[in-house]
Design a protein. Structure first.
Length: 115
């Protein structure tokens, strides 16, 4: 399974950004796909996850600001980020979890929120 993120960039506080993740390869065993982020010097943490059936979970810090969505036909997962704040600055990674709990990672995309 290969994952490629796109759509990161620089945005002012209060602004919006949408990042996308394209996944390919042998994806039949993939159920959960998620977005994670890692700020400099900090751990990589989950931001949001979505199942094949469309169930979602969010980190508390992004609830009501971020929305994860998935298009199974296009093999795409999106993260719409609204009201971005400087503390949202991080490298955002897409990850796919298969039935054996193995995780595939993308290369990440930088999101920078300025004051």
């Amino acid at each position: 399974v290969q994952l490629v993120e796109s759509g990161g960039g620089l945005v002012q506080a209060g602004g919006s950004l949408k990042v996308a993740c394209s996944y390919s390869g042998v994806t039949a065993s993939i159920n959960v796909i998620g977005w994670y982020r890692q700020a400099p010097g900090k751990q990589r943490l989950v931001v949001a996850q979505i199942t094949r059936g469309g169930s979602t979970v969010y980190a508390y810090s992004v609830k009501r600001r971020f929305t994860i969505s998935r298009d199974e036909d296009k093999k795409m997962v999106y993260l719409q980020m609204n009201n971005l704040q400087p503390e949202d600055t991080a490298v955002y990674y897409c990850a796919a979890h298969d039935a054996t709990d193995y995780t595939y990672w993308g290369q990440g995309t930088q999101v920078t929120v300025s004051f």
